[in-house]
Structures are given as structure tokens and as C-alpha cells.
Design a protein around this ligand. Structure first.
Ligand code: NAD
Length: 479
């Protein structure tokens, strides 16, 4: 069982109070590195979610000033840094990622609150000049209403930071639903937020039956925006469920990122960035490379550099010193990733790093694997692998690779490595992905808008664009 000063209450949080499930039922949170139960958490459903939405709606009667919101945002950012180690430890225990990486996630999450605090003035009303009516016009950025925030397990603190920072900046009360596998990091965050004296109902936490909680958020008239990060499958369900109610949705969905290496690239640099990008969270991130395209003449040399780096990676329990890759989240994820590797091998690919994974005992550890001779038709190229597997595919011509990189229903992240900046401009301009790394494998940052094209979703988080996600513009003409 987990023991943490940030987990004195392992409960939901509604209207400023810690609460359990009305049914008294609980759900076990499992440590993916050991298979041990960390804690039971309340299994909530429709009734608790309705209560949370109503508390959130009631809190709207007392709007908060921009100065007040800025102070809250900075306080939350400070608390992330003050408790970075313990927040990181809780993330590692329930998600599996290495402790160092989990601490970096807490700092990254703090950056979103800090960013919104620093730029909140952008939400002040603006005056317009107009001709020839000679009225005075003002645009107000009003809070949209109660917002539902639904997050996945792969970044338990960062994904809520992107949403909650903008919701608080806009003065929208929220009802938050964490993933079933990683609710403890969210509970720990609420134990910190509880200290800053937000008005009751401003932030609410429910967890448990995803479909029931989702249904109330989709149907309750007070909920005006749902911001969701997760799979494209669930994103589509939310589009259908909110359609009769005309709600604003912000959807951060799945990806299938190409990593394109031209033969004039710096191979050492590209290989270093591939390793950092691909193996973060054991390959379970939405922006991590899914397929590596290498120009034919460079394939041999580049693969060697990748393989030599992969062989140095240490897999194990994320709490152990020196571990770079933790377990996959659960047995289902392990079987899925194994299926992609076996499928590629049976269709003619070769494993050039890694070995056949041992059947999981306790933790679902998967050896970092590099495959050569992969083709566009294999499932590991077409679908999101979400595991530590690098499929290497060869290409010949520039125009050919643009078309092949875009041949996916996803459009989240892509990476291009080349020394020719004119070519880089041409290629990047044609890629249908919301985030492109040019000679870098870096993921998003609080200062820049991030989001997908095509079936990777719509809406933006971070940057000025993200600040406006939970606002409605109201235009007033003074006669
Ligand atoms: P998931 O879609 O299974 O779950 C995400 C969240 O939705 C969880 O909290 C889950 O409980 C909830 N949920 C499930 N069914 C629901 C329903 N009917 N109504 C309301 N909520 C429901 O995804 P996951 O497995 O937790 O996360 C992995 C996926 O998330 C991957 O596809 C990954 O690419 C994607 N992701 C995208 C981004 C991004 O920024 N685009 C970031 C992280 C993860």
C-alpha cells in the first residue's frame, strides 16, 4: 500500500470537501512495476458527477478577479515545485515511468500554471475602433461555464495542468476525471490545491465509472466545454454524445508520428533525439515516434547508431536508480505491443535490437526493440504502438516520403532531420501534423500551442491559443 503525506485523503473532492463513492465501492490502483495494489479509490458514477457539476455551477455566482486567478495559478505552480519529488514518486508508483522522468513531469506541469499566470492579461476586455457607425465596441472573454476535464494515464499531472491552468485563468469551475489507472497523482494534486483556499465548487474531482461520469458531463446543460485527452475511439464517442447538446469540445487524441531522416542529416544527433523521444514513458506518449523513415543510402549507418544506443538502455522498476524504461501500463498493453512486433517479424521484418519479451511476472516489462525491413502495410506502421519499439522503414525520394508520412488518419506530431533547410521548409510545409520537430525530437512546451490535425483531434493547449480554450467572446456595441 502507498504511504504519502499527499494522500491523507484517498477520495474524490466535491464542493470543497473530500468525499467517497455513495455506493461505498472502490477500485484498486495497481503498481505496474510490481503488480501490487497501491490503494483502493472510490468508484463513483452519475450521482457524484451530477453533485460535482451542480457545485461547480453554484460557484459561478462569485466571479474571481484576474489578479486573484493569477495568484492561484502561481500558487499551484509553486506547490508543484515544492512537492516535485513526492508528486514524482506517486506518478512512478502508479504509472511506472522512471522517477527522474516523473519529477520532470511535475516541473513541466508547473510551467502551464506559470504560463497562464504570466499571460492572463490577454483575457482582459479589448476595445475596437469601427467605421462608420461610431459606436464603442468591446470584446469580453467570458468564462464559458462549467468545464469537464478528462485525462489519460500516461501523464497524470501534465495533462491536467494543460487544461486546469487555462480553465482557472478563464474563471471556469471544473469537474475533473482522471484515468482509472492513475487517480492517485490527481488526488495528491487536489491535496495541494486544497491548501490555497479556492472557493468551494471551483475545482471538483470524481473518479470511477468512465461511461457514467462521461455521460453526465456530456448531457448536463451546465457543462459547456469538455476537454478530453485520450484515445481517438473515446474522442469519437464524446463527439456523438455531445452532438444533441451542442457543446464545445477540445480533443487531444492519438498519434502516429513519423520520424524522417534524410541522408544529409547528422546521424548522431538524430539518433540521440530519437532515443529521447521514443523511449520516454516506455514509448507510451502521444507524441512519441511511431515509425522511423530513413533514406535508403543512410539506413545502414543510422540503424547502427540507433541500435548501439538502445543496447545501453536499462529496463526496470522506475524507482530504481539508473532505470531509463519502466514497465508498460498493464498486461493488455504488453500483449498489444508484442502483437505488433510478432506481426512485423512474421511479415519479413528483422529484430536488430531487443529480444523476445519474457511472459510478465508482476510487472509488464518490454525490452526496447528495433526492427528493420518494416513496410508501410504492417500494423506497427499503421496503428499507434504505444510501446518501446522502433520500426525502421526505408524511403527513396522526398516527394514520396511526404505522401507516405501523411498516409495516416492521425496528425499529431512529426519529426524531420536534414541539413538542407530549404528542403526542410518544403517538407514541413506539406506535413499534416500539428507539431513538427525540425532537427529535434522535442515534444510540446507551455509557451506554444499544441494539438492535432485530422483524427488526432482539435483545439489547442498551451500558448495564447490555449488560454482562450475555455472562454466565449462576447461583443458589446455601446450606442
Ligand atoms: P482512453 O481514451 O482509454 O482514456 C482516456 C480517459 O477517458 C480516461 O480517463 C478514461 O477513463 C476516459 N474514458 C474512457 N471511456 C470514456 C467515456 N465513455 N466517457 C468519458 N470518458 C471516458 O485513453 P488512454 O488509454 O488513457 O490514453 C492513451 C491514449 O491517449 C493514446 O491514444 C494517446 O495517444 C492519447 N493521448 C493523447 C495526447 C494528446 O495530447 N493528443 C496526450 C496523451 C495521450
Amino acid at each position: 500500500m502507498i504511504d504519502s503525506p499527499l494522500l491523507k485523503h484517498v477520495q474524490g473532492y466535491i464542493n470543497g470537501r473530500w468525499v467517497g463513492a455513495q455506493s461505498g465501492q472502490t477500485l484498486a490502483v495497481i503498481n505496474p512495476a510490481t503488480g501490487e495494489t497501491l490503494s483502493p479509490v472510490p468508484l463513483m458514477g452519475q450521482a457524484e458527477t451530477r453533485h460535482a457539476v451542480e457545485a461547480a455551477q453554484a460557484s459561478r455566482i462569485q466571479p474571481a478577479s484576474i489578479e486573484q486567478r493569477k495568484q492561484w495559478l502561481n500558487q499551484i505552480a509553486d506547490l508543484h515545485i515544492e512537492h516535485q519529488k513526492e508528486l514524482g514518486r506517486i506518478i512512478t508508483l502508479e504509472n511506472g515511468k522512471p522517477w527522474k522522468e516523473a519529477q520532470a513531469e511535475a516541473a513541466y506541469a508547473a510551467g502551464f500554471y506559470r504560463y497562464c499566470a504570466a499571460h492572463i492579461e490577454k483575457l482582459k476586455p479589448r476595445r475596437l475602433q469601427e467605421q462608420p457607425k461610431n459606436h464603442t465596441w468591446t470584446v469580453h472573454h467570458r468564462p464559458a461555464g462549467v468545464v469537464g476535464l478528462i485525462t489519460p494515464w500516461n501523464f497524470p499531472l501534465a495533462m491536467i495542468a494543460k487544461k486546469l491552468s487555462a480553465a482557472l485563468a478563464a474563471d471556469c469551475p471544473s469537474v475533473i476525471k482522471p484515468a482509472e489507472k492513475t487517480p492517485l497523482s490527481m488526488i495528491a494534486l487536489f491535496s495541494l490545491i486544497d491548501q490555497i483556499g479556492l472557493p468551494a465548487g471551483k475545482v471538483n474531482l470524481v473518479m470511477g465509472h468512465a461511461d457514467q461520469i462521461g455521460q453526465v458531463l456530456c448531457e448536463h446543460p451546465a457543462v459547456r466545454v469538455i476537454s478530453f485527452t485520450g484515445s481517438t475511439r473515446v474522442g469519437k464517442l464524446l463527439i456523438a454524445a455531445t452532438a444533441p447538446h451542442i457543446k464545445k469540445l477540445s480533443l487531444e487524441l492519438g498519434g502516429n508520428a513519423p520520424f524522417i531522416v534524410f541522408d544529409d542529416a547528422d546521424f548522431d544527433h538524430a539518433a540521440d533525439h530519437l532515443i529521447q523521444n521514443k523511449f520516454r514513458g516506455a514509448g507510451q506518449t502521444c507524441v512519441c515516434t511511431n515509425r522511423v523513415y530513413v533514406q535508403q543510402s543512410a539506413a545502414e549507418a543510422f540503424t547502427k547508431k540507433v541500435v548501439s544506443r538502445v543496447k545501453t538502455l536499462k529496463v526496470g522498476n522506475g524507482m530504481e536508480e539508473g532505470v531509463g524504461i519502466g514497465p508498460l501500463i498493464d498486461r493488455g498493453a504488453f500483449d498489444k505491443v508484442k502483437g505488433y512486433v510478432d506481426g512485423a517479424l512474421s511479415r519479413g521484418a528483422t529484430r536488430v535490437a531487443g529480444q523476445a519479451p519474457a511472459a510478465p511476472q508482476g510487472g509488464c516489462f518490454f525490452p526496447p526493440t528495433v526492427l528493420r525491413g518494416v513496410t508501410d502495410e504492417m500494423p506497427c506502421t499503421r496503428e499507434e504502438i504505444f510501446g518501446p519499439v522502433v520500426p525502421i522503414i526505408e524511403f527513396d525520394e522526398e516527394k514520396d516520403i511526404i505522401q507516405r508520412a501523411n498516409a495516416t488518419e492521425y496528425g499529431l506530431a512529426a519529426y524531420v532531420f536534414t541539413a538542407d533547410l530549404k528542403r526542410a521548409d518544403r517538407v514541413v510545409g506539406m506535413l499534416q501534423f500539428g507539431h513538427v520537430g525540425l532537427n529535434t525530437g522535442t515534444g510540446p512546451t507551455p509557451e506554444a500551442p499544441f494539438g492535432g490535425m485530422k483524427q488526432s483531434g482539435f483545439g489547442r493547449e498551451g500558448g495564447h491559443e490555449g488560454l482562450f480554450e475555455f472562454t466565449e467572446s462576447q461583443t458589446i456595441a455601446y450606442g
